[in-house]
Design a protein around this ligand. Structure first.
Ligand code: ARG
Length: 456
């Protein structure tokens, strides 16, 4: 089979060499974007009188037929035709004859592939933003039902201070909100048309790049043709934003895994988001959360992969750049799946309120309350900390918690302590009183949720 670029060649490569160089196995994902890019290009060629109208019409009708076949999955791609661009061009010529060969006037595969990637990512990032928002709505809905659900808050994975469970959930809301902002902001750097940059230097044809950009719905055109064909930072930025998103999802996944263990038993995942063990009948595994935690690795890997490909590449296009695709497709697939699964997992999980309630009543996470109480009565905080530490030690020796200590013992440690201490030490009061801006106090959490709702 002759190559579309075969003119200056005396012999052809062996099939296994072709296979190594071909990208059709993966860049067929870009079939619709490539056909859209060609449609805009040929319309522009017509509008600028570079091609006669009858040629333009024939090419457009051929591209329409190809779009229908693509939608029906009826196109047969060949490794011999290397990539999506040459496969489609060949198919177009098979359909409408040699006039199809005029499509590539004033264009190169270099601006063509960059255009496809920009179009692809622009659409996907829009979908990803919507999925993040859906997940945020689910978090808000869960948080609203758990404002007064007490839970232990941790530092160093040691019980620290009691919190509202809604506050914990909302922490992830805000991480996702920044992720969403990053994706939104990135759109202005994706929404730029490279089409018409040619191989690297522009073209001698009197093309109108702004017109083809407009046909494709791009907000802008690249100002420099060499930058246009060799820029991959819009993809790197996407991979970096995706890595940050996965870092957040992975931390949350880790908590879901911990919380659903018998040791914590704070939540139970719905059966539809859990799996069993093939050998241990009692088990219910949080596989989906584990997988999201695990898939974080490939997303980071895709970022590192492309960063490494790009470093040191001379301008302009180099075949190395073909390596930008699989990692990007894989990342889109991974984060879309992870967001959908996580949303469902959180929407359907059962929160064990009673267990959470018991937990905060059987620990020392109210110790700060005692220290603050003494400090509020004028004792320097360092001394208050010392007195409280000694009382905690006393409790441990007697197998008590602070609320179990008789008033005499408390007063022996400090004569500043009065009987109102028992109210102060209640976890409910401890949470309620943390009413500083952004704190876990119930009123603050309610305000926070109202703020969150304004973000949709
Ligand atoms: N398949 C190629 C890629 O993905 C398309 C561009 C090829 N350009 C070239 N000059 N060989 O990068």
């Amino acid at each position: 089979m002759t190559k579309l670029w075969g003119g200056r060649f005396q012999k052809s490569a062996e099939q296994w060499v072709d296979e190594f160089g071909a990208s059709i196995s993966f860049d067929q994902t870009l079939v619709m974007e490539d056909l859209d890019g060609s449609t805009a290009h040929v319309k522009m060629l017509g509008a600028c009188n570079i091609l006669p109208q009858e040629d333009v019409q024939q090419i457009l009708s051929g591209l329409e037929q190809l779009k229908k076949l693509a939608a029906d999955n009826a196109l047969e791609f060949l490794v011999a035709n290397e990539d999506i661009h040459l496969n489609l061009e060949k198919m177009l010529m098979d359909l409408i004859g040699p006039v199809g060969g005029k499509l590539h006037t004033g264009r190169s595969r270099n601006d063509q592939v960059a255009t496809d990637m920009h179009l692809f990512l622009k659409n996907r990032v829009g979908e990803i933003i919507e999925l993040i928002e859906l997940f945020q709505q689910t978090l808000v809905a869960q948080a609203e039902t758990h404002i007064e659900t007490l839970a232990p808050g941790y530092t160093h994975l040691q019980r620290a201070q009691p919190i509202s469970f809604a506050h914990h959930l909302m922490a992830y809301f805000w991480m996702l909100d920044r992720d969403k902002d990053r994706f939104k902001d990135s759109i202005k750097r994706i929404d730029i048309s490279p089409l018409g940059a040619g191989a690297l230097a522009g073209t001698t044809f009197p093309i109108d790049r702004k017109l083809s950009a407009e046909y494709l719905g791009f907000a802008n055109v690249y100002a420099n043709s060499m930058d246009a064909v060799s820029d991959r930072d819009f993809i790197l930025e996407f991979l970096s934003n995706s890595s940050m998103l996965m870092a957040h999802l992975s931390r949350f996944a880790e908590e879901i895994i911990l919380w659903s263990s018998s040791e914590f038993n704070f939540i139970e995942l719905d059966d539809s988001f859990s799996t069993g063990s093939s050998i241990m009948p009692q088990k219910k595994n949080p596989d989906m959360a584990e997988l999201i935690r695990g898939k974080t690795g490939r997303v980071y890997g895709n970022l590192m992969g492309l960063l490494t490909v790009i470093k040191g590449l001379p301008l302009a296009y180099n075949k190395d750049m073909q390596e930008d695709k699989e990692g990007m497709f894989d990342t889109v697939h991974t984060i879309v799946g992870s967001l959908k699964i996580f949303e469902g997992m959180v929407r359907t999980m059962t929160v064990h309120k009673e267990r959470l309630h018991d937990t905060v009543h059987k620990d020392f996470s109210n110790a700060t309350e005692l220290a603050d109480y003494l400090a509020a009565k004028g004792l320097p905080f360092r001394e208050a900390h010392e007195v409280t530490g000694k009382l905690v030690f006393l409790c441990i020796q007697r197998n008590y918690f602070l609320l179990d200590l008789p008033l005499e013992d408390l007063q022996e440690a400090s004569n500043l302590i009065e009987s109102d201490i028992y109210d102060v030490l209640s976890p409910l009061a401890a949470v309620r009183r943390r009413n500083s801006l952004g704190g876990t106090g119930f009123d603050q959490v309610a305000i926070q949720i109202e703020e969150a709702k304004k973000r949709f």
